[in-house]
Design a protein around this ligand. Sequence first.
Ligand SMILES: Cc1cc2nc3c(=O)[nH]c(=O)nc-3n(C[C@H](O)[C@H](O)[C@H](O)COP(=O)(O)OP(=O)(O)OC[C@H]3O[C@@H](n4cnc5c(N)ncnc54)[C@H](O)[C@@H]3O)c2cc1C
Length: 666
Amino acid sequence: MLKTYQYPKFTYQRPPELSLGENRMTKRFPVIVVGAGPVGLACAIDLKQQGIDCLLIDEDDTVSIGSRGVCYAKRTLEIFDRLNMGNDVVNRGVSWQRGRTFFRNDEVYHFNLLAESGHERPAMINLQQYHLEEILQRRAAQAQVDMRWRQKVIAVDHSSVDVGTHTRTVQLQVESPDGVYELSCDWLVVADGARSSIRRMMGLDVEGKVFTDRFLIADVVMQADFPSERWFWFDPPFHRNQSVLLHRQADKVWRIDFQLGWDADPEEEKKPERVIPRIQAMLGEEHRFELEWVSVYTFQCRRMLSFRHGPVLFVGDAAHQVSPFGARGANSGIQDADNLAWKLARVVKCQSPERLLDSYNQERVCAADENILNSTRSTDFITPKSSVSRVFRNATLDLANHFPFARSMVNSGRLSLPTHYLDSLLNTADLPSDHFACALYPGSPMCDAPIMVNGQSSWLLRNFNGRFVLLFVKGDEVSDQVVNSEAMKRWIESANIHLIAIDLLQQPRASNDQDPWIKTRLDLQPGNCWLMRPDQHLAARFRKAALDPLMKAFERATGQIEQPAASTRDVAPEQAVAPISGSLTGALRIEPNFKDFDTPVLRDYQGNDRFYDMLINAHRNLSDDASSALNARLLLLLANHIGDVSVLQQAIEAAKAIQTSTSYKE
Ligand SMILES: Cc1cc2nc3c(=O)[nH]c(=O)nc-3n(C[C@H](O)[C@H](O)[C@H](O)COP(=O)(O)OP(=O)(O)OC[C@H]3O[C@@H](n4cnc5c(N)ncnc54)[C@H](O)[C@@H]3O)c2cc1C
């Protein structure tokens, strides 16, 4: 029982299939979604909004128990806006954008996730997962999603063929309180969580890392005037050699995560007589609190090799899992749903071929790899796995106290950001003559900006309503004629595209001497056309409007143009790290490179000798531990000075390539 929250109980209803006579045909659903966690709920709402009749089933009849997800990122809130529930989530949660990081007694780093104005949604909100799921469930009910509670999928067959229509069908066996029955569907969306039983029934693997560390979660109710910020401590005096995280949630509930180490006994650590003194030491004697929830968790960073298996599509934790540092679990799962729903809707409505769903796999596997990479790096920094990684971690924190460069290396969690699908086969590349000086590219999620459209002030993303959108900037004579032509109007109508035509002169700006927000963020000029997908990712953009290129871009974005097979990362996540490329291509110098001194005192002119001497002197009288800490600080300072990751990578490889059989101490 929680003090601030009562779990709802959703009504079980006897499934109609159990009342059908022996020979009656059961209904075949276009889509069934299994699992009414945040991801399954978001997917079902989205599909319903896209006009798809889908059934959502869950083995439970309430929301997520205890303390799990807390932080929901701006991009997720923008998706919730499209699902018509953004205000409910933002108003219920605690908005924040600043984070502070401490090492022992000192603050070493702080960040602001959204330093600029002109955005409707905050960088983050904190909200207990049960509140979020309740809001999603309410919205699903309002959207008339067919939801069934206390119905557990116990068997799945995705290779059967419907005898009547000779088409492929997915058969499910479902256990309800009134007995077992069968369901069938054309498409199955699997959102049954990290321990996915459907994944297991289908014999599919997840690959990646399992971390050997334990964290204690304590939710406490307290009146405290701490600001709404994320506070993270490395090795604080009140919890030596471990880390601690503090977040404010709704209803004066504060979430505290204590790193415990792998050897900790979870059952012992959960006892109030162990938890309360820990919290009191952290908050100080003056703060009174009541325990709301205590649990111990471990975590994994891993994913399935492929998220599509014929008519079965995996989303959320069923497809991939990350550590909680960076809040990438539910956020990325909801982005899976955002990516999948419009594509599945088009395929169900026969507007696009099935291969459009391969792009779900391609784009979201890429996103999962990005999330796993970030989450693994944060976890390695927060919970170093070897003495040498602890030395480098602490050296970074020490340097951060003095040098700004090291602050950006402090990794207490790189918080969830949406993936830019830069390699997607659905993108149309910019024309060589169409350079856009902005941070968005084909495949990027659109950024928000205040806009004035049809004389009304609004937000750009608010005007994207789950359809393809054509954003057109008026004021270029030729482009105006193209967009107003009968042919363009016919195409826009037949393709069900939402046209937003704006006049740059009327667009809101931060101040009179600045360009409008939207002009700066998208580098817009009169005549420009941006084609956006229903999930608000950019499909194509042109400096001048022309019908043919727009039609081609739309066909590509909807999977209607056959493309070479997606070069998706069909490899395990740890092998999917992008190679270093771009401008960082310097070569490591291995020929002598020390400069000799142009000094009249000839006895000390050789740079290499002088450096060696300085190095040995710096280590004189230091213990082994102090020496290795000094080396780590030195290496980090020099690495920052070099600043070219490609050179540094070559240096690491050159150093590793020299095989020695003896220890340097011998
Ligand atoms: C300590 C902790 C902190 C976290 N913090 C964050 C955070 O700050 N931000 C964030 O974005 N994420 C966070 N996460 C991750 C987040 O909780 C998960 O990513 C999220 O719950 C995944 O949602 P899901 O819908 O995929 O799966 P789940 O939430 O696990 O839902 C799965 C659903 O499937 C149902 N089900 C299972 N099997 C069956 C079956 N056979 N038949 C029918 N129904 C079935 C279950 O009853 C359940 O309702 C955190 C997780 C933890 C543990």
